[in-house]
Design a protein around this ligand. Structure first.
Ligand SMILES: Nc1ncnc2c1ncn2[C@@H]1O[C@H](COP(=O)(O)OP(=O)(O)OP(=O)(O)O)[C@@H](O)[C@H]1O
Length: 124
């Protein structure tokens, strides 16, 4: 585990920065909930300026644990694609395991699929 942490050291974000971006995990900043746990949004300060980010907080009660967290860090930091959300970093501090992603301003695909504004296309 130590070697993994060393390899991805450049992606480490301090818990202090996460708390500042999410107003200390304020409920008003929650944008969703998935198998991993709650997802918050916030402005992350990076060397290139502020970036809107999604903060996925691991909730161990929801079944997914540490291995999935590190798998996600390894996969997303190695593969980049225009159709793949970028991993901005992670926080593993003070008992918190948080993945930081680029914020998808259009929301997730499942939101669009359940949207009532979806237009039906008929092909003749
Ligand atoms: N990068 C992101 N940008 C904007 N919103 C996001 C982002 N990631 C997650 N969300 C929001 O949080 C919700 C939960 O996302 P999450 O990926 O945790 O769950 P999921 O899509 O149900 O997948 P799973 O259950 O496999 O974890 C999404 O439906 C979406 O609304």
């Amino acid at each position: 585990m130590d070697s993994i942490m060393k390899e991805f050291e450049h992606l480490v974000v301090k818990l202090k920065e996460v708390k500042s971006a999410t107003d200390n995990f304020n409920d008003a900043k929650i944008i969703g909930k998935g198998g991993f746990g709650y997802v918050y949004e916030g402005e992350l300060s990076q060397p290139r300026g502020k970036t809107k980010a999604a903060f996925k907080c691991l909730d161990r009660k929801h079944g997914q644990g540490g291995p999935e967290f590190w798998k996600e860090v390894m996969m997303l930091s190695r593969y980049t694609h225009e159709n793949l959300i970028s991993l901005l970093g992670y926080c593993n501090e003070g008992g918190e395991m948080i993945l930081l992603y680029e914020h998808a301003s259009n929301g997730s695909l499942d939101r669009h699929l359940s949207s009532t504004t979806l237009v039906r296309i008929y092909v003749s």
